[in-house]
Design a protein around this ligand. Structure first.
Ligand SMILES: [Zn+2]
Length: 379
């Protein structure tokens, strides 16, 4: 149409486009993105080149293009006015043109692009809440998985004690389940290689899915010579019952270790969100820790100190005037409490006294006792 209007070199005010296909008119009435790729590409091109409002419907009997598509002979075509001149009404006023029936633009689903939303919801297993011990939960899940396995594989049934592999599989199942409940959009985005939502709590952790589909912390330690679980611990949701069970388990494994120790040990394998807060909460509720470190009780009143520990004496003056050193053994530095006398103030003198097999003066209980001994020996 563009080329024709250029060649004609006439001032054209209106351009009308005719089609006998009601489906095409329907396609043109909507945005191209609603249709499947093939139709969408062509509709998009037509819409960019022409004004959609000037597209009209021509009844099949007035459509010259239909003569060819239906088949005709050359002799018939030579005398066919419709072929050479177009419909008669086209030369008259627009009011005489056939009216496009309004039902033509009714919605058609032919070639419509189908958008399918697949929503998968994972229901939380409420059985988790019935356990107050992680090991018990792990074993119950391990037995459940064994039961499922034995039903599916009749030829390869598992018997006997639960193996470590089964326990690890149970842990994996538990952690994957709680991750699927808490971080469904993050897991979905990572599975389809899409970036995480800007508001996601996991964004600073640069998470990724490992071979088992477990959500792990990314970070920059890829080349560090550390275990995989230390470099990339599995992410645990904050405030989840299972997370608390794991914290309690770790705390008891460390013989009721403190907050820092419990958290550091847990992070060797797992990365709980808001870890400090969760560990503090769990340890605060630990009954055994509470019993051994009760708070709020009144400490017992201490008795008076003995007289000898409170009386002062000019010990150094007396000793220095005699040009000798009083050596005091203080509890904590030696296993005896007492004093020794050195002959002079030199290191050698002090060392000599220290290496003596028997104390010269004997054991006394206080500074006063030492001074009394000193005075007795030097009168
Ligand atoms: Zn404890």
């Amino acid at each position: 149409m563009k080329k024709t209007s250029k060649i004609l070199n006439l001032p054209i005010t209106h351009q009308y486009y005719w089609t006998d296909s009601t489906i095409v008119l329907s396609w043109l009435s909507e945005i191209s993105g609603n249709w499947k790729t093939f139709v969408s590409n062509r509709i998009s091109e037509i819409q960019s080149l022409t004004d959609v409002n000037y597209w009209r419907h021509v009844p099949t009997k007035y459509n010259p293009a239909d003569l060819i598509s239906r088949g005709t002979t050359t002799s018939d075509l030579i005398n066919n006015k419709l072929w050479w001149n177009g419909p008669v009404w086209l030369k008259s006023d627009t009011t005489n043109w056939p009216i496009t029936p309004p039902n033509i633009y009714q919605k058609t689903d032919v070639e419509r692009k189908r958008v399918v939303f697949l929503i998968i919801t994972v229901q939380e297993l409420h059985v988790f809440g019935k356990f107050s011990n992680y090991l018990k939960l792990q074993r119950v899940i391990a037995y459940s998985l064994r039961f499922i396995n034995n039903i599916k594989n009749k030829t390869n049934k598992l018997y006997g004690n639960i193996s470590t592999n089964e326990l690890e599989r149970a842990s994996l199942t538990i952690i994957k389940h709680i991750q699927a409940i808490t971080f469904p959009s993050e897991i979905s985005n990572l599975q389809s290689n899409k970036p995480l939502d800007r508001k996601s709590k996991l964004l600073p952790l640069a998470p990724f899915l490992d071979n088992n589909g477990l959500l792990r912390v990314g970070g920059r330690l890829k080349h560090a010579e550390l275990d995989f679980s230390i470099k990339h611990p599995a992410i645990l949701p904050s405030n989840h019952h299972v997370t608390k069970l794991l914290v309690q388990y770790e705390h008891e494994k460390l013989l009721h270790g403190g907050q820092q120790l419990t958290l550091a040990s847990l992070r060797q394998q797992y990365w709980p969100i808001n870890g400090r807060s969760i560990v503090r909460q769990v340890l605060h509720k630990c009954l055994r820790c509470f019993r051994t470190n009760p708070k709020g009780t009144v400490p017992p009143t201490m008795g008076n100190l003995p007289v000898k520990r409170l009386q002062t004496a000019p010990a150094l003056n007396k000793i220095l005037t005699q040009n000798r050193v009083l050596l005091l053994w203080i509890p904590g530095f030696s296993d005896i409490t007492g004093n020794e006398l050195a002959n002079d103030l030199t290191n050698a003198g002090a060392q000599q006294q220290l290496t003596r097999p028997e104390p010269a003066v004997g054991i006394c209980n206080s500074l006063n006792g030492a001074l009394q001994d000193w005075e007795t020996h030097h009168r």
